[in-house]
Design a protein around this ligand. Structure first.
Ligand code: PBG
Length: 324
């Protein structure tokens, strides 16, 4: 009879031992919950492709923010749907813009919650691109002025962290300088540093009404085939003053998260994007997969790859499951 010396199954024989030796665990404290603010009162529009996710008017944002906080989640990230869109994205940096209103309301009613804002122009541009367009081209340097203005308006409204997601060159430096000049040197920047031109954003564009009216985002977001370029982007954003860097999407880019983890010593966030959520929801609705099992396994894999922070539409569900 052959007896193996090494029996890995010894450490798998019951729940207590498995708990003792587990290397990676998702914590509620790692999670950021994305929310979509829209004008109106008592508005609660479910996003068809994202069951359980809603466009909410400000008082409903506050109600959900209370629930989020009560579950032990520390942070939300806010996106906004303006009344009107134009070619200068003026709704993005309006003092009484939708995100600015939502920040103020949440900070007043749920002050313990960390309010992060997505800093981008696409939701506010009539053409749906993340920068200013001239002759069909997305202009970089004018766009970063508007992005810096937007980030400042969020800080003035009370945002705790700003998160630029536009992928223009030099925007982190521009935002840092503008915040510092206006005494917001304590507001951290979480930069979407390695953000890919991804088909996984489809459902989000329904939620945020930000589908480009022509072309696509491949002249500013990254090519899915590249990872050394992701590291360059991440290094640049750190040099420009980013405090937290982000990889986005997460599930198809676990190698990028790992590469960042191996190379840099800054906190890493990963955005498990809309399409990742919708795939799980749709398959679960059909009864083809177990939502809880799959969602937690995905979050665990993102953390195992090296992410410290996970932005996920499953944050509330995950918090409930982890609290059980
Ligand atoms: C804005 C922005 C997008 C997402 C976050 N910020 C969409 C895009 O770049 O088209 C995607 C988030 C998601 O899919 O959940 N630029």
């Amino acid at each position: 009879m052959f007896y193996p010396v090494h029996r890995p199954r010894r450490l798998r024989q019951n729940e207590k031992i498995r708990d003792l030796v587990r290397e990676t665990e998702v914590s509620i404290k790692d999670l950021i919950y994305p929310m979509f603010a829209i004008w109106g009162t008592k508005v609660k529009n479910e996003v068809a492709s994202m069951p359980g996710i809603y466009q909410l008017s400000v008082e409903n944002i506050v109600e959900e923010a209370k629930e989020v906080a009560s579950l032990g989640i520390s942070s939300i990230i806010l996106f906004g749907l303006p009344k009107d869109k134009d070619e200068a994205a003026s709704g993005a940096y309006a003092v009484d813009g939708i995100v600015q209103r939502a920040i103020e309301a949440v900070k007043e009613k749920v002050p313990e919650l960390i309010v992060i804002t997505d800093v981008c122009l696409c939701e506010y541009m009539s053409h749906g691109h993340c920068g200013v367009i001239r002759d069909g081209e997305v202009l970089n340097d004018i766009s970063i002025e508007l992005l810096a203005r937007t980030a400042l308006s969020h800080a003035e409204a009370g945002a705790d962290i700003v998160a630029p997601s536009d992928m223009m060159d030099g925007r982190v430096a521009a935002i840092r300088a503008t915040l510092d000049e206006n005494s917001y040197n304590n507001v951290p920047i979480m930069s979407y540093a390695a953000k890919y031109a991804s088909s996984f954003y489809g459902p989000f564009r329904e939620a945020a009404d930000s589908t480009p009216s022509f072309g696509d985002r491949r002249s500013y977001q990254m090519d899915p085939g590249n990872v050394t370029e992701a590291l360059r982007e991440i290094h640049m954003d750190i040099e420009e003053g980013a405090d937290i860097i982000m990889v986005k999407p997460a599930l198809s880019y676990l190698d990028v998260i790992k590469a960042a983890y191996d190379e840099i010593d800054y906190p890493i966030a990963a955005y498990s994007v809309s399409g990742e959520y919708s795939m799980v929801k749709a398959a679960a609705e059909k009864g083809w997969i177990d939502e809880r099992g799959v969602a937690m396994e995905i979050l665990t894999s993102i953390k195992r790859a090296g992410a410290d922070i996970i932005l996920t539409y499953h944050a509330k569900d995950a918090a409930k499951w982890l609290n059980e």
